[in-house]
Write a protein that binds this ligand. Structure first.
Ligand code: GTP
Ligand code: SPV
Ligand code: MN
Length: 619
C-alpha cells in the first residue's frame, strides 16, 4: 500500500517552494508527481497538453540540441531522424523485472524481484536522475478516450523524444488529463534516461545526442499497476504505454478483471461475398505482425483493412462475444524489409510526420534502409552517423531500426479502428519463425487445442531484443517478454475465457511464413501472398474451405488453399505441410520439459493435450 497522501495545501506549497508548475486539479496526481520530482530533482516540470504547438516546440528543441535531424521536407515533411547510442537499440529483457509479491506469481519465465527491495534500490537509482533536465508529465489514454475497454496512464519522463513519440503512439495530453481529473483510475509510469546534466556536487556536463545509461531497469509492479524505467530511451523500454503498461501491467489487470491483453495485430478481412471477419494474430517481435496488419491483397475480391499492428485488448461483451481494441494510436514498426514490394501500405503511411530511429540518412536529406528499394544508394550516412557505401560490408540501417507514425496515416486503416467498444473477433492466429516442422497453416481442433498451440509456440529470436539472433526459444502466445504474471496462469486464464465464450469462442489457427527448404531459402513467398492463407482461414469460418485431420491439427484439404497464379513447386508445397513424426515426437519431449519448468502450475487440460498429441502421432 501507498502512504497517506499529503494535504492539498502542503502539496501546492511544495510546488511553489521548488518553483515548479502545478498543472492539475487532481490531488493524487499532483502528490505523486511531487514525490517523483523531489526524488529525481528536475529543473522544471512541464505538463504536456498534446497540442501541435507543443510537439513543434519539442521537435525544434531536439533539433537544436542535435538529438534529432530534420529530414528534407520536400521528401519527408514533418519528419525526423534519431540515432540512438549504439548500446541502446532494443528491448533489454535481462534487465526487465516483474515485482509481484511472490516469486511464484511472476513465474519461471520472468525475472522476479521482491517489490520492497526493488523500490529501495530504485530510490537510489532515480535519486537526482533528472538534475539539470525538464520533467515532462505525459497523461495518455490506451484506446479511444473514454472507451469501454480503454485505460488511462501518466508517464513522467525526462526525454522529449519520449514525449513526441507518446504523442504519436497514444491519445496524449489535455483530454486524457481531463478524464483523470474526472476521477477515473490511471496507471503510474516513471521514466528517466539516467543521464543527469548536473551531478550531486553541482558540476554540469554537456548534453549528448542520445542520453542513456549503461545500467538499465525496466521494472513492473503488477499489483500496484506501476512502471519504473531507467537508463534507456528506446521504444519498448521507454514508451511506457506500450509493452510495459499495455502488456505487462494490463495482462495482470486483464486476469483480475476477466479480459485479455495480448501481443496481437488486428485486421478486418472482407471476403468476395462482401462479408467482414475480424482476426487477431500473435507473432513474436519482428515476426510479421505489422506486415500482416497492412497486407494488400492481390487475390481477386479479397481486402484486408488495418486495425492494429502490435497489441490487442480483448474483452467478452454483454452478448458473450469477444471484442477487441487496438490500445495504440500509432505504429512503432520495423524499418528493414519494409518496401514497395513487401509492404506498400507502410511505405505510403510513412510519407511524412514520422520519427525514424536508427535508419540511414541519404545525401538528399531523406531516409533509407535495407529493403526500402532494391537498389542501394551509392552513398549514405549509416545509423551510427558514419559514411557508408554499398561495399562497406555492413548494413546501413540497424536491423531493429524503426518508424513511429500515426495509424490514421495508413491508407488501409479500417473505418471502425477507433470504435470504443472494439470489433468482434472471429479468429485467433498464433505464429512464429520456424525454419522446420511447423506447417504453413493449420486449424486447432477446438479452443483447448488452440490454447495448447499458443502455449507451445517456439520462434527463432530476432533483433527486437538483445540476445542471439536465430536461436530457437519458446515464446508462448508471443508473450514471453510481456506477460506480467506466471505464464502457466496465463494459459489457465485463456482456458477460462474459452469456457465463458463457449460456442461464441473464435476459431484458433497457427501459421508459419518462415519454413525453409533444404537450400535454406523460404519455401513460401510470404507478404501479400499470405492473403491465400488468410482466405483459407476465412473459408473455414464461412464453412466454404475444407480441412483434413493430421496429428497436429487440421490442414487445408487438397485444392482448398487457393494457389492459383502462384509459382510454387509440388515439392515446396509438400514440404510446407510435411508433418515429420519423429521431429514432432521430439517436439513433444521438449514441450514436456518446458511444461516441467512451471512445476504443477500447467493446467491439466494442456498436459492432456500433450498426451493426446503423442497418441495421435504414434497411433
Ligand atoms: P514487432 O514490431 O517487433 O512486434 O514486429 P512485427 O511482428 O510487427 O514484424 P514485422 O511485420 O515488422 O516484420 C518483421 C520482419 O519480418 C521484417 O523484416 C519483414 O520484412 C519480415 N516479414 C514479415 N512478413 C514476412 C513474410 O511473410 N515472409 C518473410 N519471409 N518475411 C516477412
Ligand atoms: C517488439 O519488440 O515487440 C516491438 C518493439 O514491438 S518495442 O516497442 O521495442 O517493444
Ligand atoms: Mn511487438
Amino acid at each position: 500500500g501507498r502512504e497517506p497522501a499529503p494535504s492539498r495545501l502542503a502539496v501546492a506549497q511544495a510546488y511553489a517552494e521548488h518553483g515548479w508548475d502545478l498543472g492539475t486539479t487532481d490531488a493524487a496526481l499532483a502528490a505523486w508527481v511531487l514525490e517523483v520530482a523531489e526524488l529525481t530533482q528536475p529543473d522544471e516540470i512541464v505538463w504536456c497538453d498534446g497540442s501541435r504547438a507543443e510537439a513543434d516546440r519539442l521537435f525544434k528543441l531536439q533539433v537544436a540540441n542535435g538529438q534529432l535531424i530534420k529530414l528534407n521536407p520536400e521528401w519527408r515533411p514533418g519528419s525526423y531522424l534519431a540515432r540512438t547510442d549504439p548500446k541502446d537499440v532494443a528491448r533489454v529483457e535481462a534487465r526487465t523485472f516483474i515485482c509481484s509479491e511472490s516469486e511464484e506469481d511472476a513465474g519461471p519465465t520472468n525475472n522476479w524481484r521482491d517489490p520492497a527491495e526493488m523500490r529501495a534500490e530504485l530510490k537510489g537509482v532515480f535519486a537526482g536522475s533528472m538534475r539539470g533536465r525538464t520533467m515532462y508529465i505525459v497523461p495518455f489514454s490506451m484506446g479511444p478516450l473514454g472507451g469501454s475497454i480503454s485505460q488511462l496512464g501518466v508517464e513522467i519522463t525526462d526525454s522529449p523524444y519520449v514525449v513526441v513519440s507518446m504523442g504519436i503512439m497514444t491519445r496524449m495530453g489535455r483530454r486524457a488529463l481531463d478524464l483523470i481529473e474526472d476521477g477515473r483510475t490511471w496507471v503510474r509510469t516513471v521514466h528517466s534516461v539516467g543521464y543527469p546534466l548536473v551531478d550531486a556536487e553541482g558540476i554540469h556536463r554537456p548534453e549528448v545526442a542520445w542520453p542513456c545509461n549503461d545500467t538499465k531497469y525496466i521494472v513492473q509492479y503488477p499489483q500496484d499497476r506501476e512502471v519504473w524505467s531507467y537508463g534507456s530511451g528506446y521504444g519498448g523500454n521507454a514508451l511506457l504505454g506500450k509493452k510495459c503498461f499495455a502488456l505487462r501491467i494490463a495482462s495482470q489487470m486483464a486476469r483480475d478483471e476477466g479480459w485479455l491483453a495480448e501481443h496481437m495485430l488486428i485486421i478486418k478481412v472482407v471476403s468476395p461475398a462482401g462479408r467482414a471477419h475480424h482476426i487477431a494474430a500473435a507473432f513474436p517481435s519482428a515476426c510479421g505482425k505489422t506486415n500482416l496488419a497492412m497486407l494488400r491483397s492481390q487475390l481477386p475480391g479479397w481486402r484486408v483493412e488495418t486495425i492494429g499492428d502490435d497489441i490487442a485488448w480483448l474483452k467478452p461483451d454483454a452478448s458473450g462475444r469477444l471484442r477487441a481494441i487496438n490500445p495504440e494510436r500509432g505504429f512503432f514498426g520495423v524499418a528493414p524489409g519494409t518496401g514497395e514490394s513487401t509492404n506498400r501500405s507502410a511505405v505510403e503511411t510513412l510519407w511524412g510526420n514520422t520519427i525514424f530511429t536508427n535508419v540511414a540518412l541519404r545525401d538528399d536529406g531523406d531516409v533509407w534502409w535495407e529493403g526500402l528499394t532494391d537498389e542501394k544508394p551509392a552513398h549514405l550516412i549509416d545509423w551510427r552517423g558514419e559514411e557508408w557505401t554499398p561495399d562497406s560490408g555492413r548494413t546501413a540501417a540497424h536491423p531493429n531500426s524503426r518508424f513511429t507514425v500515426a495509424a490514421e496515416q495508413c491508407p488501409t486503416i479500417a473505418d471502425d479502428w477507433e470504435d470504443p467498444d472494439g470489433v468482434p473477433i472471429d479468429a485467433i492466429v498464433f505464429g512464429g519463425r520456424r525454419a522446420t516442422n511447423v506447417p504453413l497453416v493449420l486449424q486447432a481442433r477446438d479452443w483447448k487445442h488452440g490454447v495448447f498451440l499458443g502455449a507451445t509456440i517456439a520462434s527463432e529470436q530476432t533483433a527486437a531484443a538483445e540476445g542471439t539472433v536465430g536461436a530457437l526459444r519458446r515464446d508462448p502466445f508471443a508473450m514471453l517478454p510481456f506477460c506480467g504474471y506466471n505464464m502457466a496462469d496465463h494459459w489457465g486464464h485463456w482456458l477460462r475465457i474459452g469456457e465463458k465464450l463457449g460456442a461464441n469462442a473464435p476459431a484458433v489457427f497457427q501459421v508459419n511464413w518462415f519454413r525453409k527448404g533444404p537450400d535454406g531459402s523460404f519455401l513460401w513467398p510470404g507478404f501479400a501472398e499470405n492473403m491465400r492463407v488468410i482466405a483459407w482461414i476465412v473459408g473455414r469460418l464461412e464453412r466454404t474451405a475444407d480441412a483434413v485431420d493430421v496429428p497436429i491439427g487440421r490442414v487445408p484439404a487438397q485444392a482448398s488453399l487457393d494457389l492459383d497464379g502462384l509459382e510454387l513447386s509440388e515439392d515446396a508445397l509438400e514440404r510446407l505441410f510435411d508433418v515429420d513424426q519423429t521431429a514432432w515426437l521430439a517436439e513433444c519431449d521438449l514441450t514436456e520439459e518446458f511444461f516441467a519448468r512451471f512445476g504443477g502450475r500447467v493446467p491439466a487440460a494442456l498436459t492432456a493435450e500433450l498426451e493426446a498429441l503423442r497418441y495421435r502421432l504414434t497411433r
